[in-house]
Design a protein around this ligand. Structure first.
Ligand code: SF4
Length: 298
């Protein structure tokens, strides 16, 4: 933890929010006051960046999560089973209580045939069919990452496979954790909250307020430069990057206090404008990611 987060009570509380929830849930499971839940993780149309982000989790790490917190029933990147055996494991979950996590967009063109996740009883199982089938029966559905929450990169123009977010094909509440990728804490914290208390408080777009309550711009360490009108004119200048196209003023998430890769750094600290990856509409509505038109108005 750097000295900024050590001295500010709000920073410290926010940063520890996911870890505290996980520890509490884990303790309750060990005391047998709480049962582990089954977790199914579907990877649909995308880059699998969210499961990779989870593998980089530190508070707790993924091994702790899947051994102490949940019974991971299906994850095509992590499970040992393959082929029909894996599909059987996936399809049999419908008889049990489970939480469904989805990363990647749902390809809908030609009834979903552009994304087949396996074969079941000799028939191709499309991502579209799998998410509808498993989503309807799940106790909770969590969409992680830009593609699952609203289509994201997979739905960027010209969107050849007619990709959409999970909510567009499910007639039930989908908790949304946008970001490209989703931070491990956003998922593990949400999961722990569900285990302990049920669904966390959400905003109007179904994002947990725990992580998505505040604009990046409102907690940015360079905000004083913005307020004084001191703007960077090229990358590498240590002032406000608004005129280089920074999307911090419209992106609602806690990167400035949470940071990435074991809480080491984040784009603005590294002189890179925020590209709004956690904002609905990313990437098309957040482009251009960098601009040298320094006439941008405040
Ligand atoms: S760098 Fe971006 S987020 Fe930070 S103050 Fe400037 S415009 Fe706002």
């Amino acid at each position: 933890m750097n000295k900024d987060t050590a001295v500010c009570p709000e920073y410290a509380a926010r940063l520890s929010s996911a870890g505290d929830l996980i520890r509490k849930a884990s303790n309750e499971i060990q005391r047998k006051n709480l049962e582990k839940k089954n977790l199914v993780w579907l990877e649909l149309t995308g880059c699998s960046g969210n499961i990779i982000s989870m593998l980089n989790g530190a508070n707790p790490d993924l091994k702790y999560l899947i051994t102490q917190m949940v019974n991971m029933k299906y994850s095509n990147s992590l499970m040992a089973a393959e082929g029909e055996a894996a599909m059987e494991q996936l399809m049999n979950i419908g008889m049990e209580d489970y939480i469904l996590a989805v990363e990647g967009a749902v390809s809908t063109k030609e009834n979903g045939i552009y994304n087949i996740i396996g074969r079941w009883k000799g028939e191709p199982l499309t991502a579209l069919k799998a998410v509808k089938l498993l989503g309807e029966k799940a106790a909770h559905v969590i969409a992680l990452g830009a593609c699952a929450t609203h289509g994201g990169v997979s739905a960027a123009m010209p969107n050849p496979a007619d990709c959409v977010g999970v909510q567009a094909v499910l007639d039930k509440k989908v908790i949304k954790l946008p970001g490209c990728p989703c931070h491990p804490d956003w998922f593990t914290g949400t999961l722990a909250h569900i285990l302990l208390y049920g669904e966390p408080e959400l905003d109007q777009k179904d994002r947990p307020l725990l992580f998505y309550s505040t604009l990046i711009h409102d907690r940015c360490p360079r905000r004083a430069f913005f307020d004084k009108g001191i703007f960077a004119t090229k990358l590498g200048e240590n002032t406000c990057m608004f005129k280089l196209g920074c999307r911090g003023p419209v992106t609602r998430v806690d990167c400035p206090i949470r940071k990435w890769n074991d809480y080491v750094n984040w784009p603005i600290q590294d002189d890179t404008p925020c590209i709004g990856c956690a904002q609905f509409g990313f990437p098309d509505r957040m482009e251009p990611f960098i601009s040298y038109n320094t006439t941008r108005e405040g």
